[in-house]
Structures are given as C-alpha cells and as structure tokens.
Ligand binder design. Structure first.
Ligand code: GDP
Ligand code: IMO
Ligand code: MG
Length: 431
C-alpha cells in the first residue's frame, strides 16, 4: 500500500508518534494535516526521548520528506524552536526535508491570549485546552480573517492584515476578557523575522504530494489528537477545533479520497483523556492512579496528569466506522501486565437500555454506564523478539478479543515506548 493515514481512535496520546516513526522507515514522505502545537508526539530511541509538536514524526529517519499541510495551524516561534532542538540533536540535517504549506494559518500572540483568557472566564466550566491558541486561530480561519504563512512572506500584506485583526482582538481582550491589549510593532518585528527564517520551507503541499505519488512514493499522513476530540465527531464542546478524523487528511493536505489506500487507527490498550469532558470508563480510584503511574500518563505538551480508564470498545467501534479504519495498532499493552484482571467496556447501559454506539448528546453520554467483560492478565515480562505467537496467551487473547469487538485486525502491538519494543504482524507498506 502506498498512502496510509494514521489517526488516534480515543482522546489523543494513543502513541501516534511512536507508530508513525516506526512506519516512516518504509515511507518516503510524512505529512501532518491538522491541529497545531497542541499535539505532543513522543518518540523514544534507546535513551533518547524526542517530543514533536509540529514537525512530522518522520524527521528522525534521515532523508524523509516532512510536510506540514494547510490544515495545520502553525505557531512559527514554536516551529523554529523545534527545528533548533532537532538540529542540536543531530537530526534535520538538510533544509530540503521540511515543507510548509503556504496556505497554513498562523497562530499569533492574540490567539494564545484569547484561548487562555476564555478558559479563565469559563472557570469551572472550562474545556481544559492546551492554551496554545488553537480554537481562536481556527475561528479566524472560518471567519475569513486569518493570516496565512504566505501573508507573512509579503510584508505589506502581513502589516495590513495584522493591523485589522489586532484592532478587533484588542477590543475583545480588553473589554470582554479583561486582559492586556497587545502592541502592533513588536509582533510585526518578531513575525517578519520568523517569516525570513521559514521562507525557504514554503510550498504547495498538494502539488508536492501529487508529484510524490506520481513517483510511486509511500506517503504517511500523521493525524494529531484523536477521534473523540474531532470537532464534528468528538464529545462536543469538549473537543479540539479541527477534524481529527481521516477525512481531515484529504482537506488538510490537498489529496483526493480515492488516493488513500488504508486508514490505520492507533488505540491504547486502555483509555486516557487530558482536559475536561465525559469519559465513561474513567477509573477515579487506585487502579486509575496505577495506570497513570505505570503508563507515565502525563501530557507531552502541558505535563498535566492524564485521566485513565479501561479500554472502551464502544468508542473503538465508532472510530473504526467513522474513519474507515482497516487496521489497528495497539499501544501500551505492557502497562496491563500484572493486573488482577483486565476489563473491556463492550456496551453502555443508558436510561435502562443497552447502547452500542456513542450518543451525540453530552447529557446522555454522561449518564452512560459501562458494561464490562473481564479477562485475565499476565505476570511474566514480555519480549518482542519471538513475534506474536511467543507472547503470553492472556495477552494474545486480549488482542484477539479487541479485534473481534472492533471488527478489524490489530496489526501492530506496542509493548514499550522504544521503537524496537514492537511486534509487527503486518506492515501496511510492505504487504
Ligand atoms: P501521541 O500524542 O499519540 O503521539 O502520544 P504521546 O506521545 O502523547 O503519548 C504516548 C506516550 O506513551 C509517550 O510517552 C510514549 O513514549 C509512550 N508509549 C508509546 N507506546 C508505548 C508502549 O507501547 N508502552 C509504553 N509503556 N509506553 C509507550
Ligand atoms: P496529541 O496529538 C490529548 C485536548 C486538550 C483539551 C481539548 C482542546 O498529542 O494526541 P485545544 O488546545 O486543542 O483547544 O484543547 O483537546 N487535546 C489533546 N489531548 N492529546 C492531544 O494531542 C491533544 N490536543 C488537544 O487537552 O481537552
Ligand atoms: Mg500526545
């Protein structure tokens, strides 16, 4: 298969970075298509841990083209810092490895201020955003007042657009959010200098991808966040402000749906969520704390503790349906070792009825109680070398049960954070 989309099937942090890095070995191009630096994608290689927020997770392999599509919102200061850090570690040796769509929208200081100010105003009812300005920048894009990367490359255009925006944003900041207004000149100076540093990376990503496809390249589309943070299919309003589902890859990178060969879903062996919003299988007890500690469940972007709970097959089935997932990668299976038993939520009980799908009504979802199936865990240390059949039978039974419930095969099983700690039953780029 040539063109594969990777998406999260839960509330983010499923281990997309690890799987994309693993698959990138057999791809020539890796593309981010939505979200921004709210994402934190972790890659572990031996003793080194790299967290990527904007640069696609193919960058640790020499020679892979990494593309930031127009569906991504770019904070140029954050991107430049990420590039600097990667270079310091010896990665990203050539400028020709990174491409940024000219049409990608830019995060400006007022987007961050509005994000933070709104959350403060919401108080207890806050979304729990990452505070990176994601909601406000996508609002501007939809309102047709946003500033794109290409605008930054033409000084007079940038000045005019910033002036018009800042007038409105300062009014809102001052009078609605009771926050300090921002000055025009320091933003102009800082952003024009960012623009000069990034100018060389500007591209038309749709055209670049088209040309790569014509050459027969393998292309990996790297989703950020997860299905239930999608602005249309997630637990609205406790979602992010982009389409995290597979369709977002087409609109966010300029590729027609007929060009996609496979959607791979990444699914943690249990569930986590950062920020507010419903979470039917959440464990607010010792077991939840155990999962957090054993799985090091702290946000890769904000460091916040992640809420933890059992695997929810109702969510997973819905993610398979909405994304057209044909293959799953299950991560963090090692974290379940040594538990007294492992539970899987197979359906919900809601208002006295059995429910097999996730309701759109937040109120109804909050009333859903998980119906669990229980399976035994395993105690022995797990090694990847012998492949799937050498894994403990309790582990393989768990994987097989998830396959049955999801209706698709689990082709990759991740048993540790390192690239090497993985069992690949089927590689989409090879088979
Ligand atoms: P992403 O946002 O989906 O890329 O996921 P994050 O990087 O935010 O969170 C996943 C975390 O789990 C990271 O710290 C990874 O290094 C780690 N991780 C990934 N796969 C495994 C695994 O199979 N086992 C363990 N123990 N950790 C893993
Ligand atoms: P990756 O790509 C987990 C969550 C935030 C908040 C909600 C809205 O690493 O999986 P936003 O800042 O996007 O407006 O916040 O979405 N969120 C994530 N949770 N992983 C992420 O990305 C997330 N990106 C956003 O915690 O609940
Ligand atoms: Mg993450």
């Amino acid at each position: 298969m040539a063109n594969v989309i990777v998406v999260g099937t839960q509330w983010g942090d499923e281990g997309k970075g690890k799987v994309v890095d693993l698959l990138a070995k057999d791809a020539q191009v890796v593309v981010r298509f939505q979200g921004g630096n709210n994402a934190g994608h972790t890659i572990v290689l031996k003793d080194r841990k790299v967290i990527l927020h904007l640069v696609p997770s193919g960058i640790l392999h020499p020679g892979k083209k990494c593309i930031i599509g127009r569906g991504v919102v770019v904070d140029p200061g954050v991107l430049l810092e990420e590039i600097r850090q990667l270079r310091e570690l010896g990665y990203f040796t050539l400028d020709t490895l990174l491409y940024i769509s000219e049409a990608a929208h830019l995060i400006l200081p007022y987007h961050r201020e509005i994000d933070i100010g709104r959350e403060r105003l919401l108080g207890k009812g806050k979304i729990g955003t990452t505070g990176r300005g994601i909601g406000p920048v996508y609002e501007d894009k939809a309102a047709r007042s946003g500033i794109r990367f290409v605008d930054l490359l033409e000084e007079s255009v940038f000045r005019d657009k910033l002036k018009a925006n800042l007038e409105e944003k300062n009014f809102y900041l001052k009078h609605r959010l009771r926050a300090e207004p921002l000055e025009f000149q320091p933003i102009v100076d800082q952003y024009l200098s960012f623009g000069e540093e990034l100018r060389a990376f500007a591209c038309d990503e749709s055209l670049t991808l088209y040309e790569e496809m014509a050459k027969g390249s393998h292309i990996l589309f790297e989703g950020a966040q997860g299905m239930f943070l999608d602005q249309d299919f997630g637990t609205y309003p406790y979602v992010t402000s982009s389409n995290t589902t597979a369709g977002g890859a087409c609109t966010g990178a300029g590729v027609g749906p007929t060009k996609i060969d496979l959607v791979m879903g990444i699914c943690k062996a249990y569930t986590t969520r950062v920020g507010a919003g419903p979470f039917p299988t959440e464990l607010e007890d010792e077991l939840g704390l155990h999962l957090r500690q054993r799985g090091s469940e702290y946000g890769a972007t904000t460091g916040r503790p992640r809420r933890c709970g059992w695997l929810d097959a109702v969510l997973l089935r819905q993610a398979v349906r909405v994304n057209g997932i044909g293959s799953l990668a299950m991560t963090k299976v090692d974290v379940l070792q040594g538990l007294d038993g492992i539970k899987i939520c197979v359906a919900y009980e809601c208002d006295g009825k059995r429910l097999e799908t996730v309701p759109d009504s937040l109120l109804r979802l909050t009333r859903c109680r998980p119906i669990y199936e229980e399976m035994p865990s395993w105690n022995q240390e797990v090694h990847c070398k012998g492949g799937f059949d050498s894994l403990p039978p309790q582990l393989t039974n768990y994987v097989r049960r998830v396959e049955e419930l999801a209706g698709v095969p689990v082709d990759i099983i991740s048993l540790g954070a390192d690239r090497e700690e993985t069992v690949v039953r089927r590689n989409p780029f090879i088979s």
